[in-house]
Design a protein around this ligand. Structure first.
Ligand code: CAA
Length: 379
């Protein structure tokens, strides 16, 4: 067993860290307050190669492994978790599935601009009545010969407004339940495709979350990915990888809050000495550091299993379950260490706690992760 990162891994980590400190840090507080989507910064992340990290170079990506992706996600999310989720969705929920399942023609048309960061993608699975119970899809795509007619509403879609391309899961044969679902590449601007108002969220406020409405949208036949009926499996496999990205986002939020708390504890004095010299604070820092390392190892293990071509469903669920719990605990303790200062925006740890909460909800709640883990253990 080798716990050392390679030179390439360290270079990716360094590049992401530099980018986050130089470009994402200035303005992160204002973007959170005003819920401003970081359009130019997202374009820069594309130029840096962060939007299609694992996609093969012939399709515009970086051809990197999943460990590199986890490292970059952690560094970006340490500073700005909104940028983290924008990046995660494009990498693992959009580019990954297209590369695995789409035709050569679809890859040339859509994957190259998506993976190179020229276009942004979104993944539309959730519906008003299909969140955790993802098989209850109501959106339909009716075969009209040379095209499908798409009708339905999708909810909570990350990159909902800013994306140019959206992958949409729909029922093509409702009589077959989850085996009658298919996935389509749908372009913004097509008649009948509308974007709802932006959700006013507790955290990750700079990412744009919208509902999407489809009313008789004509989707050309050539925009269906793979065969009819593979849609649900496509979505589940995609989420297995997506959960590694969100686990790494949660890890980054925890590590960012911990680093801020550690620095603060060395500066802030009470009872005549820096607070890091009080055992009450030392024990908190020790717990935080230990939990973060454990979460990091689970993230690496999930990424390692995926890179080795092993079944990683259980590992990605474990990594997300644990890292998101650690993110909540560590951000809460980081506020506690900051005292009253932790409760105000300027010190950033309050934002990190708000950002952390969603990592226990999206891409499968913690309860869903426990279903996935237990089914894997018991099968
Ligand atoms: N890989 C491949 N196929 C899988 C799979 C996997 N990991 N998990 C399940 N399947 C297949 C099963 O084999 C089964 O297929 P067959 O019947 O053909 O054999 C089919 O899917 C249905 O499986 P289940 O019977 O296990 O289905 P279920 O109704 O019990 O639900 C679930 C399974 C794991 C709970 C699933 O519904 C689930 O993951 N729910 C959560 C949905 C979710 O994560 N939503 C997130 C939305 S995206 C998002 O949040 C993005 C964002 O904005 C950041």
């Amino acid at each position: 067993m080798d716990f050392d990162l390679t030179e390439e891994h360290l270079a990716v980590m360094e590049a992401a860290r530099d980018f986050a400190k130089t470009h994402l840090l200035p303005g992160v507080v204002e973007r959170d307050i005003n819920a401003t989507f970081p359009k130019e910064l997202t374009a820069m992340m594309g130029e840096m190669g962060f939007m299609g990290m694992m996609t093969r170079p012939e399709y515009g990506g970086g051809g990197m492994d999943t460990i590199s992706y986890v490292l970059a996600m952690e560094e970006i999310s340490k500073i700005d978790a909104s940028a983290g989720v924008i990046m995660s969705v494009n990498n693992s929920l959009v580019c990954w599935g297209i590369e695995k399942y789409a035709s050569e023609q679809q890859k040339k048309k859509y994957l190259i601009p998506l993976a190179s960061g020229k276009l942004l993608g979104a993944f539309a699975l959730s519906e008003p009545e299909a969140g955790s119970d993802a098989t209850s899809q109501k959106t339909t795509a009716v075969d009209m010969g040379d095209h499908y007619l798409l009708n339905g509403t999708k909810n909570w879609i990350t990159n909902g407004k800013s994306s140019a391309i959206c992958l949409v899961l729909a029922q093509t044969d409702p009589s077959k339940g989850h085996r009658g679902m298919s996935v389509f590449i749908v372009e913004k601007g097509w008649a009948g495709f509308e974007v709802g108002i932006k959700e006013d969220k507790m955290g990750i406020r700079a990412s744009d979350t919208h509902s999407l409405m489809f009313t008789n949208v004509k989707v050309p036949k050539e925009n269906r990915i793979g065969e009819e009926g593979i849609g649900f499996r496509y979505a589940m496999e995609t989420l297995d990888g997506g959960r590694i990205g969100i686990a790494a986002q949660a890890l980054g939020i925890a590590a960012g809050a911990y680093e801020r708390a550690l620095d603060y504890s060395k500066e802030r004095k009470t009872f005549g000495k820096p607070i890091c010299e009080h055992q009450a604070i030392q024990f908190k820092l020790a717990d935080m550091a230990t939990e973060i390392e454990a979460a990091r190892l689970l993230c690496y293990e999930a990424a390692f299993a995926k890179d080795r071509g092993r079944d990683y469903s259980k590992w990605s669920a474990m990594a997300k379950l644990y890292s998101s719990k650690v993110a909540m605990e560590v951000t809460s303790e980081a506020i506690q260490i900051h005292g009253g200062y932790g409760y105000v925006r300027e010190y950033q740890v309050e934002r990190m706690m708000r950002d952390a909460k969603i990592t226990q909800i999206y891409e499968g709640t913690s309860e869903i992760q426990k279903i996935v883990i237990s089914r894997n253990i018991l099968r």
